[in-house]
Design a protein around this ligand. Structure first.
Ligand code: NIG
Ligand code: FE
Length: 395
């Protein structure tokens, strides 16, 4: 059964609409919001609010757009908390741990993977995430990658084929053949279930040349492009992402001045490549944080995402990502919230999410706070009171 067709939220103490049509007015007070048939239909003052099937009194709380978390790896089995403890004791993160999860994921049944995936999605939702990108990348055979994407598609349309996550153990001595497989039979089996294709560029994963081959094959198969680059060192991945018109290049912790200029030029040109920062990864790998201020000052389009995965970061908390962005990356609270909502939508090339302007999807979060800046000043406190997806309130 679908819920009521119209919902009105009244007495919004602070309404952070981030409406791109009103760039000079990202925030208003004393507002009300009507969502009809899943879309924002009206924004105005509470005193003028029309009647609706469902009426929610925000009682002076802040209302923000739902978070758009544009980078996640949620289809997996197994546990790697031992690696986290070792890192906190001084061990470095390496891509090699991915193979541990690959073995556990291959051994799991569809239902085991589905139950875990849905639980992780529910946790993200409870923290205010209303749009979620999910990658494959822990199957690394034709059948296991296709299965991961079929399961991911059950919970989100924003699915990404990441057969090029690492070279699996059985191809360790023949990576050429594996790269051909990813861009050949594996891509053919996965493309029907994926919107994007992604490659992990890293000294422990794939080179820029290998990534180019895989991404071009994906583009020929009709997929849009995303890239992991610059997590542990500058690696040429940003230049490749911009050259190929990728929607997003993610991590961007280690960048050259040329990388920053390429990203800025791409943003100036319009629908360019977004730099997606993942500060929960630096938190969980004991690495230096990326410099968001350098990117914003240069005019780069910036997104924030969680990168929830079993290895480099197992937190799906977008509120904590916002807090870290303000505390460690040099963003203002408004820049951080914008990057976690509209920025994520831009990284997914969506204009109907990440803001609450008229016509957008009715994905809204009522905070347990009068001001959105509490997300940054009160890390770890459960400030998400209520989440609406397409205007449908949780029970
Ligand atoms: O985005 N960088 C590649 N993939 C993940 C890590 C995956 C893992 O360690 O299992 C990331 O950080
Ligand atoms: Fe990742």
């Amino acid at each position: 059964m679908s819920a009521a067709t119209t919902t009105v939220i009244t007495n919004i103490g602070q309404f952070v609409s981030l409406d791109p049509a009103e760039p000079e007015r990202p925030i208003r007070t004393g507002a009300a919001l009507v969502i009809a048939d899943g879309r924002v239909a009206w924004v105005g003052d509470t005193v003028d609010a029309p009647a609706a099937d469902t009426r929610i009194d925000a009682e002076g709380a802040a209302v923000i757009p739902g978070f758009v978390d544009s980078h996640n790896h949620l289809v997996f089995a197994g546990d790697r908390v031992d690696e986290f403890e070792a890192r906190m004791a001084g061990r470095s993160y390496t891509a090699g741990g991915i193979r541990t999860t690959v073995a556990a994921t291959r051994a799991a049944s569809d239902d085991e993977l589905r139950v875990r995936l849905r639980h992780l999605v529910a946790q993200a939702h409870a923290q205010g995430t209303t749009t979620l990108e999910i990658k494959s990348g822990y199957g690394l055979t034709v059948d296991d990658e296709a299965r991961s994407l079929r399961l991911a598609r059950e919970v989100t349309p924003e699915t990404t084929f990441l057969g090029a996550h690492v070279v699996p153990a059985e191809f360790a001595d023949d990576r050429e053949t594996y790269v051909d497989l990813v861009g050949g039979d594996m891509l053919a089996a996965c493309a029907p279930h994926a919107r994007f294709i992604d490659v992990f560029i890293d000294s422990g994963a794939f080179t820029v040349d290998e990534a180019r081959r895989v991404l071009l094959a994906g583009r020929d198969a009709g997929l849009e492009l995303r890239v992991h680059a610059g997590q542990l060192a500058p690696d040429g991945g940003v230049a490749l992402a911009v050259e190929l018109g990728a929607a997003s290049v993610d991590h961007c912790t280690f960048l050259t001045d040329d990388d920053v200029e390429l990203l800025a030029a791409s943003a100036r040109a319009g629908d360019g490549t977004v730099a997606t920062l993942l500060p929960l990864v630096e938190f969980s790998t004991n690495q230096p944080y990326p410099d968001a201020r350098r990117l914003l000052d240069a005019g780069v389009a910036v997104a924030l995402a969680s990168d929830c995965n079993p290895g480099s970061n197992f937190s799906s908390s977008m509120p904590l990502a916002v807090a870290l962005a303000v505390r460690e990356l040099g963003m203002t609270p408004l820049q951080a919230l914008t990057a976690a909502t509209r920025g994520g939508a831009r990284a997914l090339r969506r204009t109907d999410a990440g803001h609450l302007g008229v016509g957008a999807r009715g994905d809204a979060v009522i905070l347990d706070a009068p001001d959105y800046r509490h997300l940054a000043s009160r890390p770890g406190v459960p400030l998400v009171r209520r989440v609406l997806v397409s205007g449908e309130p949780d029970v």
